[in-house]
Design a protein around this ligand. Sequence first.
Ligand code: ARG
Length: 288
Amino acid sequence: MNTVKQIPAYQRVLMVDPQHFDIQYSINPFMKDEHGNLKKVDKAKARQQWNALAETYRKLGLDVVVIPGRPNFPDMVFAANQSMPYWSLDKNVPAVVMAKMQSDFRKDEVPFFTEWFEGEHYSMGEITGEPTMTFEGNGDVSIQGKRPVIWAANGPRTSVEVAEALHKLTGYEVVSLRLQDPRFYHLDTCFSILNTDTVAYYPGAFDSADVEKIKKGFSRQIEISLEECRDSFAGNCHSPDGKHVILQQGSPKFCAALREHGFEPIEVDTSEFMKSGGSVFCMKMMAY
Ligand code: ARG
């Protein structure tokens, strides 16, 4: 058996063209305004913001692969949710576990991604078991950089049994976290692994036992405040290379903390996408 101990770095970023991005239903606490109406998307502005994010990745040397958006899938632009690509240590090849999305509005986005991964000859996997089990891909699970460890959240979107299923499928160690606060409905809204040693997170989204797991699992933890996590989606930041951190503008305290720890924050504007409950981390998928 040809095995590797360390996980290779991703070289590509998958993004979904925002042509069909819109808010047509509400499935998280962000999508309606204070009067209970669906928020309105400025499509031209969304397109500009999306282009700028893609350009940010390109400037960092990553290859951006664009999957076309599809009519009737206004949330498909959130490419973090339909899959979990990983490196198969047994087979020494790129592999993926496809999501089983919770919302009827979104679950048929998954086959478009399956098609892409199959075309790239990934080793394909899916969650089996109870039909009621749901799994929202990298929205709720995150791999610890070069270590074969998956941080797997359960709560509003992903079932608790998924942790065990992922362990069986991937052979990776899986650490379970329970999301405690409905505003932080996906793990990637409050927890971002910046590199193998470092996590940025909002402790209030977890109970004290899970905070202890996080403190044990990473030699460096950068805490995000409730305000910056909730209002500026700081917890949805993304480090594609373990050094630069791309994030929504408007989190000065978190940016200062990142700099103190030797990271380089790159601020972008994702305000149109935040109306739908997502920012940088949600808008892409890292791939081989
Ligand atoms: N409106 C989308 C939903 O509720 C936003 C998804 C954001 N993605 C994420 N990974 N947090 O499903």
